[in-house]
Design a protein around this ligand. Sequence first.
Ligand SMILES: [Zn+2]
Length: 373
Amino acid sequence: MSIRSLLSKLGGLQLAVLLVLGSSVTARPQIDTGYGQLPVFEFHSGFWLNLHLTLYQEARKRLLPPAQTERGAKASGPALKALSDPASGLSDSERRAWEDALAYYAANFSSKDLLFAGEMVQLKNQLGDFEDCADLSGSKQRFCNAGLDTKLTKVLEGAAPVYRAHQWRDHDRANRRWVLRVAPLVRERGVGLSQRLADIYQTQWPRHKIRVDIAAYANWAGAYTTLDPLAVTISSTDPRNQGSTALEVLFHEASHGIAQPVESAIIRECRQRDKAIPRDLWHALVFYTTGEVIRPIMVNAADGANGEAGAGDSEGGAPGGSAPSAYKPYAVREGLYRRNWDDYLQLLSRFWQPYLDGQATFEDAIARMVSAL
Ligand SMILES: [Zn+2]
């Protein structure tokens, strides 16, 4: 049982005691950016989640033949150093512990999708809740009993010292660096962007800060978002998330939590017109919208952001050119329209853009898009 679900079952006094005992219970930003409290998001670089995702990634890579990239993801994300690599410098006992963990992950998790398998989502949330704990069994501090499966607890606690000694410092540093780079724009533009996006989707932006877990590895797409509770996971090392694109990735992911009205409106219009519901049109729309809303900001911030992109450890992190007008939205840069959504891009430019420009209503824009399908 996660702490969240546990809390919902407890009354006031017990809740207060738990809140005092368990620092990880309270949602709070974990990464200090030096700017004080940031608006809109709270960023975390959690040990257990990073360990979990590293094991998942390493175990999964063994399952897939090298040539097979997942769902056509570009270069299938970051090239992470694998601890199982003979050159990684593990002692024999460390290697055994790491291999045991990989075998467990291969058998239990590597065929499951991090976003679509409920079990993986729950596990991610639980490991986030216990990010400050030294163990997960509660043997050192009782409130650190994460309530995970006994075997999994043993596997993670067995792999933890290996990961801590050989990889965690690099991963944590990359995570914090990613946050530090995006923090100034979040501080200056975060509130305005969140309001603008909520207005566009005709809804409210969540009142609480959205939890963003930064990890060396996220999933095949480099970032994903889970709902109830709304939580974003972003890879700090994925080439697709670097430089000026970082802010867009952040707001694209968060938009998954508020874009429901668009999806519903598209479905409604399709049903009224007896048309098949177009797969992913709403997702293309979210990509398009975030890109268009971010673009003017990146034009202004281009000098700083592009400079930072060059300093990153990624290839392809910097946009095509350094001229301010060169900012390319994520979907353009990563070829998403070109690969699958060319028709959608036409529809969005023709019918959705006027709505973004204040020249059409939400309802009209959706209706026109659907009737042109
Ligand atoms: Zn998305």
